[in-house]
Write a protein that binds this ligand. Structure first.
Ligand code: 7RM
Length: 650
């Protein structure tokens, strides 16, 4: 369990070993889009591999060169011209998918709408004409602040249709967050709604937007989509109703062909410190990356019903609701609201109602489903499901097994997909039908992707823990941070020469499988060991009484740092000294005495970002008694206060 000599300070100790392995069934393999040979084909010439995939999309003008690469700057499909909406819309209409449903949408209150590809195409063209009528041109930035309604997709594609750059701000963000993003973008236009629904409450989007816009001089126009009958203040001259403008708009709008490297969108991601980074993605490479991964990772076919539960305000929604699945021409489910509204079986009701076949969600959701209990999925017919996916955090083997058994009925492969806002599309993942999976492992780099585990000095670790590194360019890679070249280089390209550093720790096993250990900021240095909090959390969750756990390191006189575990207990168990000792011993037995938490803290809920990632930084501050850090990205700030109170009461 000790790290190898000589690399001690630079690597991460690996503590957990997972032995279970699930081979693809021959019936899945037979029908799968991916065949084993895809890995060897890609390895032979990875640029050619991506070029072949790009050729499956619609281009106005073919590229001259597949890739030019001078780290950290990549250009993919150089000289090529295209408009992404032609691959996502026009093509399906021309190829006989005109009246196929693009989206089956369900609002939280239960309202339903179905939009065919043809209907969506007309709406996008109309709205593109509306944008033009307000003076929006190629390269202009348009901020979008909407709930999960079809008009969100229409808005993004309408921007893309005319070469404008969209920047979606998640509807749950505060006026301050919206303001900071608009200022950084110097956006001309904001698209918002009168409101949205979440757990039966109304989110006053337009009201919040008004607050933000008080300090945003660049925004000259606001388009408001009417979601309900929500009160709002209408500012004459600046504000426009979407439905009024759409009435007058022409349903034909020729796509503006842009350079392959023209920016498609900017999406902000909050780092551990400092202001959010505007991650910039371009056109040809990004579309190729999301298209290829949708095809081979989600294995989608003409008769599939695909449901990615992410909000489009996150990269997962951009890549695997809007661009990837639409380029594949698949039918999707889109849902506006919360998974536990009006009851905890809402998702399974939706799967049953629409016959969802491919389902993609996050570990945080799966752990919530586990906590709620298997009686909720059991109430519904989930037999249409054939493939499951996860993304967002490391999935602990317990949650993986639960997902496999209770949602997939032991017959659906699970794709644990590792990627980031910055990577644009999935980079490390199993291919269903090809890759044998191990619960908790994202398995292998996608074909055409090269990933390694390196130590601080950039030496490769062939087996064991270290830093995850992406060692070759890939088509969907970020092309920069909007307006901040220096930060782009410092954050991602300064650890090693010409190699991308995602900021995650990972380990590689003897089968060359990757196990993501979480952010390196979350690695704990205790008594000379570098331990990933994820592994200790995983061990804790294996205990029957624990549904969720977050582990942090705090300063310790002798050990440097020691471990403190925040745990959410399930069922009937009440928190006391006995369970606390049991859990500490349990961890020591499972993964070794060095990982025994110094303290266990009862946390009925854990603080999470709005996209569901546990915020260990805040827990660290609580455990060390520090002032609270920045909580503006916290989904429920009260959670923190409650945890803090408990800690102080202790
Ligand atoms: C898609 C997304 C990125 C960070 C990333 C990791 C963590 C994402 C996995 C994962 C383990 C996974 N974009 N992460 N997927 N960790 N296994 N399958 O989440 O920009 O919001 O976050 O999320 O730490 O660096 S993101």
């Amino acid at each position: 369990m000790l790290s190898k000599k000589g690399t001690k300070a630079a690597t991460i100790d690996t503590l957990l070993t997972e032995k279970r392995k699930f081979k693809p069934s021959s019936s899945f393999a037979r029908q799968a889009n991916a065949k084993k040979s895809i890995y060897t084909t890609a390895k032979k010439d990875y640029v050619k591999f991506w070029e072949n995939l790009a050729s499956e999309l619609v281009w106005k003008k073919k590229w001259k060169k597949g890739l030019t690469w001078k780290a950290p700057d990549a250009k993919w499909f150089v000289g090529g011209k295209l408009n992404v909406t032609e691959s996502c819309l026009d093509r399906h209409i021309e190829e006989g998918r005109k009246n196929q449903a693009a989206f089956i949408w369900e609002g939280e209150p239960g309202d339903r709408r179905t939009l065919t590809y043809y209907e969506l195409y007309k709406q996008v063209c109309k709205f593109a004409n509306v944008l033009k009528s307000l003076g929006i041109r190629k390269g202009d930035r348009v901020a979008i602040y909407l709930p999960m309604i079809p008009e969100l997709v229409i808005s993004m594609l309408a921007c893309a249709r005319i070469g404008a750059i969209h920047s979606v701000v998640f509807g749950g963000f505060s006026p301050e967050s919206l303001r900071d993003r608009i200022l950084d973008l110097e956006a001309k236009l904001l698209i918002t709604a009168d409101g949205g629904y979440r757990r039966g409450q109304i989110i006053p989007l337009k009201h919040d937007a008004d607050v933000a816009l008080n300090e945003c001089p660049s925004v000259t126009d606001v388009i408001i989509i009417k979601r309900g009958d929500f009160l709002l203040r209408f500012k004459e001259g600046r504000d426009h109703w979407y439905h009024r403008m759409m009435q007058e708009a022409d349903a034909h709008c020729p796509p503006v062909s842009v350079d392959s490297e023209h920016p498609l969108f900017i999406l902000y991601t909050s780092g551990t410190t400092g202001k959010p980074k505007g991650i910039m993605h371009t056109t040809g490479g990004y579309l190729t990356g999301v298209y290829a991964t949708t095809k081979y990772v989600f294995d989608v076919k003409g008769d599939d019903v695909f449901w990615c539960t992410a909000d489009i305000g996150w990269i997962t929604g951009h890549s695997y609701i809007v661009y990837g699945p639409m380029a594949m021409g698949v039918t999707q489910v889109m849902y506006e609201g919360a998974p536990d509204w009006p009851d905890k079986d809402r998702f399974w009701q939706i799967v049953e109602d629409y016959g969802v076949s491919v389902f993609y969600t996050a570990p945080t959701a799966i752990r919530a489903f586990m906590k709620w209990g298997e009686q909720f999925p059991r109430k519904h017919d989930l037999s249409t499901l054939r493939l499951l996916g996860t993304v967002g955090e490391p999935i602990n083997p317990e949650a993986w097994m639960w997902y496999y058994e209770h949602i997939g009925n032991k017959k659906c492969p699970i794709v644990d997909t590792w990627w980031q806002t910055e990577t644009g599309h999935i980079l490390i993942t199993p291919l269903p039908g090809v890759t044998a999976t191990k619960p908790g492992s994202a398995t292998r780099p996608f074909p055409g992707i090269e990933a390694k585990i390196l130590d601080e000095q950039g030496r490769e670790i062939k087996e064991g823990g270290g830093y995850l590194a992406i060692t070759k360019p890939w088509p969907g890679m970020l092309r920069g941070i909007w307006g901040d070249r220096k930060r782009f280089i410092e954050t991602y390209w300064s650890k090693w020469d010409g190699i991308y550093f995602p900021g995650d720790g990972a380990k590689i096993d003897k089968d060359k499988y990757f196990w993501i250990l979480g952010r390196v900021d979350d690695v704990i240095n205790t008594a000379g060991h570098r331990i990933s909090t994820m592994e200790v959390e995983s061990a804790l969750v294996e205990h029957n009484a624990v549904v969720e756990a977050a582990v942090v390191g705090i300063p310790h006189e002798l050990k440097g740092q020691c471990l403190v575990a925040f745990v959410t207990l399930g069922g009937e168990t009440t928190f006391d000294d006995i369970i606390s000792r049991q859990l500490r011993d349990f961890v020591a037995r499972k993964i070794g005495a060095i990982a025994r938490p110094e303290r266990i803290i009862n946390a009925p809920e854990l603080p999470k970002t709005r996209s569901g990632k546990i915020m260990r930084r805040l827990l660290r501050d609580i455990a060390t008694g520090k002032l609270l850090g920045d909580t503006t990205t916290l989904a429920d700030p009260d959670v923190l206060a409650r945890i803090q109170r408990r800690y102080e009461e202790d």
